[in-house]
Design a protein around this ligand. Sequence first.
Ligand code: FE2
Length: 165
Amino acid sequence: MNPRTRPVDATTPLEPERIHNTLSTIHRDQRAICDALEAIADALPISVDRQACLHAARALGPLITKAHQVEEEMIFPMISERWITTPGLDKIIERLKYEHFEDSCYAEEVQEALLSFVRGERRLSAEALGYMLRGFFEALRRHIAFEEDFLVPLFGFCGSRGRLN
Ligand SMILES: [Fe+2]
């Protein structure tokens, strides 16, 4: 098994490199769902793959829930404890948790809208669905970028570009 995709073991202390790898895996999975949602939005209104909609709708909730759970229950507490003297870190964690809350609520709406679309209910116009999808994945990409910019450097890494030192 690739060590970067190994699930987090709650009994093992999280060292900086392991925290970084875990966060990278979460970001990779979230970017993948963003890409899938963007492909759906781009294909609206007539070229949409309904199977892709169904797959994205089913994957979205568990993926977002798992990402937030791992970050808030394991990664953020470890970061707060290890880098307790870093100025402004509490505010950053608070902001990220609030964005998680917003993303969770938005993800539920997106999931419902996609399922409704697959069922042919057309509760939203194609334009409105596309607008909703773009609003969600653009916000999630901004959240990931913020975590990359403010959290990843703590581990001695520079985003997806590799180690700083
Ligand atoms: Fe996050």
